[in-house]
Design a protein around this ligand. Structure first.
Ligand code: PLP
Length: 405
């Protein structure tokens, strides 16, 4: 038989968070090693449990959730998302503007598939959450990366963004709170992005999946609350704020001048119907999640577990000679800069692989987030302090002698 090749549509598509190095970690585990996986923002394996009321809802509704539902999602979930947006000051929407998906991931791919023709350009942050770049490439588009500035809280560099707008640009993506940098954008930054979108008639995709995971009093401003004259597609979901990444529940909300986007919306409807509907049982928990007690607040304030872990991780990283990171104001990650000269680093993938082999700690190299630099890595601060502290001590020991060859 002839060798079977992957579709050429996948030629420029990569998603390295679960790539080669994660495969090497699995191989080490198969050999009997214990690997500490700090590569994925998946709260459950680190002992973060779903709020009880969510589990109860899903279980209670299982018997009635056996059939397919509307392609855009069940009514109560969409009303709950609509009301959540209304409470955040976004009034111009109806339940027709809301799509429930199998996580934000599915909706990112669906929206890019529905929008892009070959050669269309989408502005994406660098560093990014790489699914955005992958989804643009899969859809025939071209990801054009705009710089986020480490010296300025990792905020998007608006001049760089403006300079990259061309006649082929269709949309701007922003991720706020940001994965991987932990930045939470100011009103000025968001207004600057909206001004560019307005001037060049671009769609704004605002990935707000971490909107409730905020530290040190940081305030999240929903992009859609700042403009009703720009087409904004906001993504959110239950994976992180409610610690149920495995249940796969997310939403996409369209706001702004929809009248000019009827054809695109028809495309989205076609794609939503082609996958029939999202996983139904978890949709029953969306109303309770958004409307009920927000247990995430206990984790991110006072003596909260996530806040403590973030503080310790930041302190210990910045204490390692040659490593530094900005404070994460939101989300679950530190994006760490490594002194390339000191450690002779030219290949960040090799750096992360060397660490994995020596210390059995799995990180993601910075260039997986579509930056040109080769001296960063991303660390997930989800483990309990009693696991996190020894891991960071091992990281310190590794960098005490590391020289890349
Ligand atoms: N967007 C961002 C910025 C993320 O970090 C993630 C997951 O890590 C996702 C979207 C996908 O989330 P899900 O598909 O679980 O809703």
């Amino acid at each position: 038989m002839k060798s079977v090749k992957k579709s050429s549509k996948l030629n420029n598509v990569c998603y390295e968070i679960r790539g080669q190095i994660a495969a090497e970690a699995r191989r080490l585990e198969d050999e009997g090693h214990k690997v500490l996986k700090l590569n994925i923002g998946n709260p459950a394996p680190f002992g973060f449990e779903a709020p009880d009321d969510i589990l109860k809802d899903v279980i209670h509704n299982l018997p009635t959730a056996q059939g397919y539902c509307d392609s855009k999602g069940i009514y109560s979930a969409r009303v709950a998302v609509m009301q959540y947006f209304q409470q955040n000051g976004i009034r111009d929407l109806s339940i027709d503007d809301i799509y429930i998906g199998n996580g934000v991931s599915e909706l990112i791919v669906m929206s890019m598939q529905g929008l892009l023709n070959d050669g269309d350009e989408v502005l994406i942050p660098a560093p990014d959450y790489p699914l955005w770049t992958a989804a643009v490439s899969l859809s025939g588009g071209k990801a054009i990366h705009y710089r986020c500035d480490e010296e300025n809280q990792w905020f998007p560099d608006l001049d760089d963004m403006a300079s990259k707008i061309s006649t082929n640009t269709k949309a701007i993506v922003l991720i706020n709170p940001n994965n991987p940098t932990g930045a939470v954008y100011s009103k000025e930054v968001l207004e600057g992005i909206l001004a560019l979108a307005r001037e060049h008639q671009l769609i704004v995709f605002s990935d707000e999946i971490y909107d409730k995971i905020l530290y040190d009093g940081a305030q999240h401003i929903p992009t859609a609350s700042l403009a009703n004259d720009v087409l904004i597609i906001t993504m959110g979901g239950l994976s992180k704020n409610y610690r149920i990444a495995g249940f796969r529940a997310g939403w996409m909300v369209i706001t702004g001048p929809k009248i000019h986007a009827e054809d695109f919306l028809e495309g989205l409807n076609i794609l939503a119907s082609m996958r029939l509907c999202a996983n139904v049982p978890v949709q029953h928990a969306i109303q309770t999640a958004l409307g009920g007690y927000q247990s995430i607040n206990e984790l991110i304030t006072g003596n909260g577990r996530l806040l403590k872990q973030r503080n310790i991780a930041e302190e210990m990283i910045n204490d390692i000679d040659g490593l530094s990171c900005n404070s994460a104001m939101g989300a679950l990650y530190l994006f760490v800069k490594v002194d390339a000269e000191k450690f002779n680093i030219t290949n960040d993938e090799k750096m992360v692989l060397d660490l994995l082999k020596q210390e059995k700690i799995l990180l993601v190299h910075g260039s997986a987030f579509n930056i040109p630099d080769k001296n960063y890595f991303r660390l997930v601060f989800l483990p309990h302090v009693d696991e996190l502290v020894p891991a960071l001590e091992r990281l310190k020991a590794f960098f005490a002698t590391y020289q890349q060859v």
